[in-house]
Design a protein around this ligand. Structure first.
Ligand SMILES: *Cc1c(COP(=O)(O)O)cnc(C)c1O
Length: 224
């Protein structure tokens, strides 16, 4: 079962730093989620569409569901009617599909652009060059059902704090630059999703507005 004291401690920390807490409930049961919901938590992150949809259908309707893992294009249609925020918009093709399914569902889809900041090759995300191309593309300019709220990044999985800090700092700097270049007229590009169980404090110190925390609240997962 989840650690409610830990959850409350984290909520207080996040409140004090003006940061939103996304409780990452992947692989965890409805009962475990409900235990934290009863402690007044309302924002949950899942990384698999096929897990998120049944949870959405059976859990209270005032829960906000965030998609935090890689999203396949053919699955967007299942979450478009209800998802609050997609943290992992990681290609122009995916963005086009989100726009299309947003139109079908009649709701604008809030998204963060996932940027590749880690040393590992396997992590998904845009590079800085991809981002320039994305914002200058006709596809981006013609989208009506995608609202870009900010950036998300996953730091290298390492014990080297300076490495993690350097990656988060770079992402925060990129956020600032993009905001000035592409969002100077709008107030929507405000979010920076950085930090998980092992590095959320570094994320917050470097300007995170949203942390995604799983194992610290729910305990270790058997499968990732
Ligand atoms: C699983 C996951 C998290 C939470 O990881 P913890 O280390 O358990 O806090 C955060 N972000 C993403 C994208 C994840 O897949």
């Amino acid at each position: 079962m989840p650690d409610i004291d830990k959850l409350n401690e984290l909520k207080e920390y996040c409140n004090n730093h003006n940061v939103k807490l996304v409780a990452v409930s992947k692989t965890k049961s409805n009962a475990e989620i409900l235990a934290t919901y009863k402690a007044k938590h309302k924002i949950y992150g899942e990384n698999k569409v096929q897990e998120m949809v049944p949870k959405y259908e059976s859990l209270p309707r005032d829960i906000q569901w965030h998609l935090v893992g890689h999203l396949q294009r053919n699955k967007v249609k299942y979450i478009a009617p209800f998802v609050s925020l997609i943290h992992s918009m990681d290609s122009i093709r995916l963005c086009k599909e989100i726009d299309k399914q947003g139109r079908n569902a009649g709701r604008v889809q809030n998204c963060l652009i996932q940027v590749h900041i880690a040393e590992e090759e396997t992590k998904h995300g845009f590079s800085q060059e991809d981002l320039e191309a994305f914002f200058n593309s006709d596809e981006y300019k013609s989208m009506e059902y995608v609202r870009i709220k900010g950036l998300m990044g996953i730091a290298t999985n390492t014990g080297d704090e300076e490495q993690i800090r350097k990656e988060f700092r770079w992402l925060a700097h990129l956020h600032k630059t993009l905001k000035a270049n592409y969002f100077s007229e709008s107030k929507t590009f405000t979010e920076l999703s950085m930090g998980m169980t092992n590095d959320y404090q570094i994320g917050v110190e470097e300007g995170s507005t949203m942390v995604r925390i799983g194992s610290l609240i729910f305990g270790e997962r058997d499968i990732a």
